[in-house]
Design a protein around this ligand. Structure first.
Ligand code: DAK
Length: 260
């Protein structure tokens, strides 16, 4: 599929997805949400892709939120359709079988920050600013922001951020536990690529199953979670990757994983 709002580049097992509406600070419109879902599904099915990176085109923004021009005159039905598109796009990223890294290169606001926190790992430029300005517009986060933020930083901090609608620096977000790492702006993509390479070198099946276990920890109680983990752990032993990883250790060489 030809994308109008995304650039997708795949090289050596790493997919780079650039959100490409820089004139509107990569604001999420319906079309972009549909394209994110389509690209996510395609990358998921692509056996050559081991890690996905998502970032914003241009120097200023990751995503400055949902497209306010498109939302301004939405009817209730239109709002519901928009919501479902967001739900599908963001759900696709969150549930991808491969790790998804958000490289937050500038503003990540509202729906844009909701995209970032649905990714597995967030590295941000020291120039980035994040937050949930929705309440300043008379709405509240609607792409999972209330739920995921509360789980990431606790109820009180999530409420302060969302009730005030304030924008915070990447460093403040890092201190709150919303972001994994803050790096100098011009080093962001280098650091993210190095992270992707490190993950790519490990057993793809093991990483996939671990992601599934970690995501399940949000909805299962401790005992159910441990049982789920035990089942996935057992599944690792049905893979060629596990045999290769342990054989390589015994033979004192680096493993070559195929994700099988
Ligand atoms: N939507 C549409 N256009 C946007 C935009 C946005 N969110 N953000 C920026 N732009 C556009 C600006 O209108 C401007 O376009 P032109 O005037 O040049 O045509 C261009 O991008 C450059 O922006 P600025 O000139 O404003 O640039 P500045 O550097 O001065 O300011 C800024 C940057 C990021 C501080 C500012 O642009 C800003 O405050 N933008 C809005 C940020 C915001 O409020 N974001 C949250 C949007 S609400 C839902 C689920 C989720 C959501 C909605 C519904 N359902 C379940 C139904 C999510 C809602 C949101 O994300």
């Amino acid at each position: 599929m030809e994308y109008k709002n995304l650039i997708v580049e795949i090289k050596d097992g790493i997919a780079l997805v650039k959100l490409n509406r820089p004139k509107a600070l990569n604001a999420l419109n319906s079309e972009m949400l549909e394209e994110i879902k389509h690209a996510g599904d395609a990358l998921n099915a692509n056996k050559d892709v081991r890690v996905v990176i998502i970032t914003g085109e241009g120097d200023k923004a990751f995503i400055a939120g949902a497209d306010i021009l498109e939302m301004k005159d939405l009817t209730a039905i239109g709002g519901m359709k928009f919501s479902l598109k967001g739900f599908e796009a963001i759900g696709t990223l969150e549930n991808m079988e491969k790790p998804v890294i958000a490289a937050v290169n500038g503003f990540a606001l509202g729906g844009g920050f909701e995209v970032a926190i649905a990714c597995d790992i967030i590295y941000a430029s020291d120039k980035a600013k994040v937050g949930f300005p929705e309440t300043t517009l008379g709405i509240h986060p609607g792409f999972g922001g209330t739920q995921r933020t509360a789980k990431l930083v606790g109820l009180a901090k999530a409420k302060e951020l969302i009730f005030t609608g304030k924008t915070i620096t990447a460093q403040e977000a890092y201190k709150m536990g919303l972001i994994n790492k803050v790096v100098p702006h011009d080093q962001l993509m280098g650091e993210v690529m190095a992270l992707a390479e490190k993950i790519k070198a490990n057993g793809p099946f093991a990483v996939r199953l671990a992601k599934e276990c970690i995501n399940k920890s949000l909805s299962l109680d401790n005992k159910e979670g441990l049982i789920f983990e035990a089942k996935n752990f057992g599944l690792c032993f049905a893979t060629k990757d596990q045999k290769e990883g342990m054989t390589a250790f015994v033979e004192k060489r680096k493993p070559t994983y195929k994700g099988e």
